[in-house]
Write a protein that binds this ligand. Structure first.
Ligand code: SER
Length: 317
């Protein structure tokens, strides 16, 4: 089997996708890469390489050395950071993807590209947003995601490259923090609930967004990449979702486990405007039909699992 390369491996998704891929294919088969070095390495870890996706040579070199046949390209800036640094976001999100697609074209590697609910805009139908609909995002993050979706489609059509991708909702996890995203509140709230029994939320109480627990996000990526290509009519940018809630509803769910937990609101206008430009909920029927997408976690089970695992991680009884 040709090996797998994961870019942005130390980020929120990469930190859990890499171990899942290693479990499935063997540690040596999966090359983790990032522009940071890992804090520590254990004996069960596999290879790690420095890869800056904005420099084609660094991707090229690793691809050749390890005979990589599949790239999970996760290196990207999230929405709030991309709004703060739009030029860097263009270079990293777009420039990185373009270079990854180019080296993949030369080496005939498959590419996984994570798009997002951020690929939609204020004119998109807000509820049960269809798979194929008006997008026109108003953030730099969204611009790079929608352009990325199209570029992946183009490389498939023009060069026959095996490109596949998902539109992820906000992702909730306890291993690595997301950082710089608009949906990060749904992770921070758990840390604060355990540590301080209170949380000040940067989105308003009724901001409704789709979310997903990390085990489902990892499963979605692997299921899509191992799906029978003949079934994939869309290939890139499949809507996927698992749960849907507002900060108020998430706080109420946490209160079932921590009754004294309180939430207050100090709305950050930048992130609120980003959230308001995104759909309230996605229709993921195409993913369900074409490759059998089915999430495992709902709000109740993800809340329970997050609290149990974070208590262990933070060593709080
Ligand atoms: N979680 C991402 C963000 O908030 C959305 O894809 O930026």
């Amino acid at each position: 089997m040709r090996r797998i390369l994961v870019t942005g491996a130390l980020g929120q998704i990469g930190s859990e996708l890499v171990p899942a891929l290693r479990e499935r294919y063997g540690a040596d088969q999966v090359i983790a890469s990032d522009i940071r070095m890992p804090a520590q390495t254990g004996s069960s870890d596999g290879p790690f390489e420095y890869v800056d996706c904005t420099v084609k040579r660094t991707i090229d070199e690793v691809l050749r050395r390890y005979d990589v046949g599949t790239i999970y390209h996760l290196a990207s800036l999230l929405s709030a950071t991309a709004e703060e640094k739009p030029h860097a976001a263009w270079d990293i999100n777009m420039g990185g993807l373009y270079r990854v697609l180019e080296v993949a074209r030369e080496s005939r590697s498959a590419v996984f590209f994570p798009s997002s609910i951020g690929a939609f805009g204020p004119n998109t139908p807000k509820d049960r947003t269809p798979q194929d609909t008006l997008q026109r995002p108003t953030t730099m993050y969204g611009v790079t995601k929608v352009a990325g979706e199209l570029l992946c489609d183009y490389y498939h059509r023009r060069f026959g490259l095996d490109t596949r991708g998902l539109r992820y909702p906000g992702i909730i996890s306890y291993v690595a923090p997301p950082g710089g995203g608009t949906t990060d509140y749904a992770v921070e709230i758990f840390y604060e609930a355990i540590r301080n029994r209170r949380y000040t939320c940067f989105l308003g109480p009724d901001t409704c967004l789709d979310m997903m627990y990390m085990p489902d996000a990892v499963k979605a990526a692997i299921d899509l990449m191992t799906a029978d290509p003949r079934q994939l009519l869309h290939r890139n940018a499949f809507n996927v979702t698992a749960v849907n809630f507002t900060p108020e509803q998430l706080a109420a769910e946490i209160r079932k486990h921590i009754p004294e937990f309180t939430i207050e609101y100090e709305v950050d206008p930048v992130r609120q405007a980003i959230a308001d430009s995104w759909p309230n909920s996605l229709d993921d029927g195409a993913a369900r039909e074409q490759w059998g997408w089915q999430p495992e976690y709902d709000l109740e089970s993800l809340t329970q699992d997050m609290l149990a695992n974070l208590r262990k991680k933070l060593r709080v009884g």
